[in-house]
Design a protein around this ligand. Structure first.
Ligand code: 6GU
Length: 225
């Protein structure tokens, strides 16, 4: 999969994909992330990419021309399955959406800043608008990093068996059960003895029970879905 991300702060996206599982995805050639600096596509003086809103009001709006220049230049080279705008008024990201997007080949993400992007870009170029939750970030970059991570770890071959995506919280509308590792006793705090029983049927049943209990306590809404 290839993910291209258009940003006015490309440096914000240097680190998120350079470590751990995202790095492994890149090293294995399973996920390529390209960050495109929007300022390279403006024809305005001093690399201007935003301007005052028509009708007045506080804040700046990202101009249509640099964005369309960038989108169309990228579309010359790549046939995108989705052109995604990261915005707090988009559809809230859920695991199911990450699963669906992980089946695509090429994604283009656009990170908003200031008061957002000119509505005409949304009307004519964007195919999907995504928010990562009900709070406001100062720009779309961290949201694009979150979305890219959520998608990238689902690509076949990215995770090894130990970190299988199938047992993640949310994958089956259940939160994950508690986990333990060495030592068996720390300051007198013991691990649940069943985990040492060697009986995998019992252990699986215990984990399912814990998942259900955790979900009931913390996210009863998931059980009603
Ligand atoms: Cl995608 N962008 C911004 N700026 N804030 C957000 C968001 C996106 N999702 C939640 N908050």
């Amino acid at each position: 999969m290839k993910i291209d991300i258009i940003s006015v702060v490309p440096d914000l996206l240097n680190s998120p994909f350079a470590h751990s599982i995202m790095k492994r995805a890149n090293d294995k050639g399973l996920l390529t992330v390209n960050v495109i600096n929007l300022r390279e596509y403006t024809t305005y003086a001093r690399a201007q990419v935003d301007d005052y809103p028509f009708g007045g009001g506080a804040g700046m709006v990202m101009m249509i021309e640099p964005l369309v220049n960038a989108i169309e230049a990228l579309q010359q080279k790549t046939n995108y399955d989705e052109v995604i705008y990261l915005t707090p008024d988009g559809e809230t990201l859920q695991q199911k959406m990450a699963n669906t997007l992980s089946l695509k080949n090429n994604l283009l993400m656009i990170c908003g800043h200031y008061k957002g992007i000119d509505q005409r870009v949304r009307d004519h170029f964007i195919t999907k608008e995504i928010s990562i939750g009900d709070y406001v970030l100062s720009g779309g970059e961290l949201a694009a990093a979150v979305l890219t991570d959520a998608i990238g770890r689902l690509l076949p071959g990215v995770l090894n068996d130990e970190s299988s995506a199938l047992t993640d919280s949310f994958q089956d509308n259940l939160l994950a059960p508690p986990v333990y590792t060495r030592p068996e006793v720390f300051r007198g705090w013991e691990i649940p003895s069943i985990l040492k029983s060697g009986n995998h049927k019992l252990i699986d049943a215990w984990r399912m029970e814990q998942s259900l209990e955790r979900t009931r306590q913390r996210r009863p809404d998931l059980l009603n879905d």
